[in-house]
Design a protein around this ligand. Structure first.
Ligand code: NAP
Length: 288
């Protein structure tokens, strides 16, 4: 099915989706909400798009609304649409928030609209407008059985791979993704800081192959693939890391403690219990 689409929220994901949906053959007719300059960027990137201050104004121009607003704004957007009588049975509504299922779209569902929560498991930075970024990406789809086919088709139109995730599992699903993307990236950002402080001008030379291999190993074998001083029980090495960080890079010492404690949480079943106790004690010292 080819839709007339209004994108609500001309931010990172809204802008990319507007471009990608148009490239996939849909008619992106409207962009609503956000700042006028952000709407103008979408209009400049996609021919035929009109900008509107509010989602309500965009409804007559669309049979599919794609809500790409902050997660916490979803209910308010849908409530405003309901109050303005902007929800009807011929409308499809999709949101792209990872942690939210169908609940924020409930007023729309009750008005007869077809609704689905479709989350692309991909990080979308500012200025990212290449539709290829969405190719091969897994999307978590939460939809009633009657709405799964069109929701899956929409994801496939974007080159994505739809995977059904039940409403009850959405938060856990998103918590996992947050650990796997933001938390993993924060660990690498901290590592980069330490290498720069060690005088290494191109930390990526060391970190890229190491981080990629470590991630590939745990994706394949889980925590059993972890290596390093925690797994070996090298408490002396960890004590030296802590002493040096406290002296040379105190801002990173607390981060090191927390991240190493997280490594220990994962590795503990394979580590000698007395070593686990010693490591926990070492990592907790000075943190209270
Ligand atoms: N970025 C990612 O990596 C990523 C990946 C997958 C899914 N998502 C999901 O995509 C959605 C959007 O995230 P984002 O990263 O694109 O955020 P973003 O860049 O901050 O964009 C949000 C957009 O919504 C607008 N907006 C805010 N409140 C609004 C309202 N009440 N009505 C209409 N428009 C409103 C904002 O305008 P102003 O800028 O003027 O406030 C902005 O244009 C979220 O649900 C997020 O979970 C994000």
């Amino acid at each position: 099915m080819r839709y007339r689409i209004a994108v609500v929220g001309p931010g990172r994901v809204g802008t990319l989706l507007a471009v990608a949906l148009a490239r996939a053959g849909h008619r992106v007719t409207a962009v609503a909400g956000g700042r006028p300059e952000a709407r103008a960027r979408v209009a400049a990137a996609v021919a035929g798009v009109r900008g509107f201050d509010t989602p309500v104004e965009a409804v007559p121009h669309a049979d599919l609304l794609v809500l790409a607003v902050p997660d916490d704004a979803l209910e308010a957007v849908v409530r405003d649409l309901a109050r303005a009588d902007g929800l009807h049975a011929a409308l499809h509504l999709v949101h792209v928030a990872g942690s939210r299922g169908l609940a924020p779209l409930d007023l729309a569902r009750r008005a007869g609209a077809r609704v689905a929560a479709c989350h692309p498991a991909m990080t979308v930075p500012s200025e990212a407008v290449e539709p290829e970024r969405l190719h091969g990406v897994a999307w978590a789809v939460t939809a009633a059985p009657a709405d799964r086919d069109w929701a899956h088709d929409l994801v496939r139109d974007l080159g994505g791979d739809p995977v059904d995730v039940p409403e009850s599992a959405r938060v856990l699903y998103h918590a996992g993704l947050t650990l796997g993307s933001n938390a993993a990236a924060a660990a690498v950002a901290a590592a980069r800081q330490a290498l720069l402080a060690a005088g290494i001008r191109h930390p990526e030379t060391f970190l890229a192959p190491l981080a990629e291999a470590s991630v590939a190993n745990v994706l394949r074998d889980g925590a059993a693939a972890l290596t390093g001083p925690v797994v070996r029980g090298d408490t002396g090495t960890i004590a030296r890391h802590l002493d040096t960080l406290a002296a040379d890079l105190p801002g990173l010492a607390a981060t090191y403690r927390r991240l190493t404690a997280a490594v220990l949480d994962q590795a503990a079943p394979a580590v000698d219990p007395a070593t686990v106790v010693a490591l926990r004690q070492l990592l907790e010292e000075e943190s209270t």
